[in-house]
Design a protein around this ligand. Structure first.
Ligand code: NAD
Length: 393
């Protein structure tokens, strides 16, 4: 079929297999250009492995460290004339490239919050890998079914202390609009913590430890975001940030548990990048458009793959131990949070209007990256050509 983008608000409901595959090639080539990561892990479990930060971690582990990778994700294959989801196409391309190099790359598609998927993962590790020495937790989900009670919890993106009004980007209309977000109620806050907090990460680590499938000295890392004050009402101090603080607290408990096998568990704070998860957060796409403009001007902008490569080589596998901040977190958001960069963003923010934001923010860059998540707008892909949407894993 000929596949065209069909964008609905902050989602594109179609994806292009050739475009996604080319994006994979680009990330793989980047990692290979950086050379081997000698002290890297051997067997890596990535929970949330098909897009965004989890996918880049899988690429870094496989092509930088020659690791065997087991990926868990929730993606949709092509069906009834509909394309697969981008994470499906990404994974197909990644597995093909890894296997061509003789690397183990297997995947489990299903609900990582469920007991059934945890069972399947344990069985797969026992059958194929024996033990894991790095567990990455990179889920971003709007809902979670509690595996024991069956209760459904939903994540909400709202402030927690007072009504918040701000400029935001309407990415459909390509316009700046004003948005007013009401304060979350207690159920909404608790639901967000249930979905995006640390409970499920802890269930994974408890289970992996109990089954004895983590090797001596194994590490676990979960991804988080803090960001600047301009987004704090909706992010750091909002429902999602409260869930992330829960993730950080959980990390400290898990670090103690991992110590029983000489291992570690930490949160890694990454920079704002365009992913399916971040494009859904109000205000953040507008902030990112300015951030990219400023960071590109200073030559320090990074995407997921550059961030994770730096996390591996500078903060985790440098051979000199973990590099942590005072709160026991790994930080690769250091460039984003640099004072000169944030000062410039703070100067630009109040001057933004619909007349000038294409010049003083990098909205075109934001949009290009958004479309590329779905395999569109990629150089060298002829979108007028027929392509088989059915790709197997
Ligand atoms: P993403 O949407 O690109 O990826 C989410 C992944 O989770 C996908 O692989 C998806 O298949 C998987 N997933 C979702 N629900 C699942 C389920 N029920 N079972 C199995 N897999 C499921 O998101 P992302 O932006 O890469 O986010 C990953 C982590 O990184 C999140 O914790 C996020 O908060 C954090 N982070 C993101 C940013 C950013 O700017 N995007 C910045 C810092 C930290």
């Amino acid at each position: 079929m000929i596949i065209k983008p069909r964008v609905r608000a902050f989602m594109c409901v179609t994806a292009h297999p050739t475009g996604c595959s080319k994006e994979m090639d680009k990330q793989i080539a980047y990692i290979k250009s950086k050379g081997a990561i000698e002290a890297g892990p051997k067997n890596v479990l990535i929970i949330g492995a098909s897009t965004g930060y989890g996918l880049s971690t899988r690429i870094t582990a496989a092509f930088g460290c020659k690791s065997s990778t087991l990926g868990v994700f929730f993606e949709r294959p092509a069906e009834n004339g509909k394309t697969a989801s981008p994470g499906w196409y990404n994974t197909a391309a990644l597995q093909k490239a890894a296997r061509e190099e003789g690397l183990y790359a297997e995947s489990i598609n299903g609900d990582a919050f469920s007991n059934e998927i945890k069972d399947q993962v344990i069985a797969k590790i026992q059958a194929d890998l024996g033990k894991i020495d790095l567990v990455i937790y990179s889920l971003a989900s709007p809902r979670r079914v509690d595996p024991n009670t069956g209760e459904v919890f939903r994540a909400t993106l709202k402030p927690t202390d007072k009504v918040f009004s701000s400029m935001t980007l309407d990415t459909d209309k390509k316009r700046i609009e004003n948005i007013t977000l009401p304060c979350a109620n207690e159920d909404e806050l608790n639901g967000t913590i249930k979905v995006m907090g640390g409970e499920d990460w802890a269930l994974w680590i408890d289970r992996l430890l109990a089954e004895g499938v983590l090797s001596e000295g194994a590490r676990s890392i979960a991804y988080s975001y803090i960001g600047p004050k301009v987004t704090w009402p909706i992010y750091r101090n909002g429902t999602i940030g409260t869930a992330k603080k829960h993730l950080e607290t959980t990390g400290r408990t898990l670090n103690e548990k991992m110590a029983t096998i000489g291992g570690t568990a930490h949160v890694a704070v990454c920079k704002a990048v365009v992913t399916q998860a971040s494009s859904a957060i109000p205000v953040v796409p507008l902030y990112m458009s300015i951030l990219f403009k400023v960071m590109k001007k200073k030559g320090v902008n990074e995407g997921c793959i550059e961030q994770i490569h730096r996390l591996f080589v500078e903060k985790v596998y440098s051979g000199k131990g973990l590099v942590l901040d005072d709160d026991q977190r790994l930080r690769v958001d250091d460039f984003e949070m640099r004072e000169d960069i944030q000062t410039e963003i703070n100067e630009i923010w109040p001057t933004l209007t619909n007349d000038n934001f294409h010049q003083i923010a990098d909205f075109d860059g934001y949009q290009k990256e958004f479309m590329s998540l779905f395999g569109f707008g990629i150089d060298g892909v002829d979108y007028t050509q027929d392509v088989n949407e059915e790709v197997s894993l």
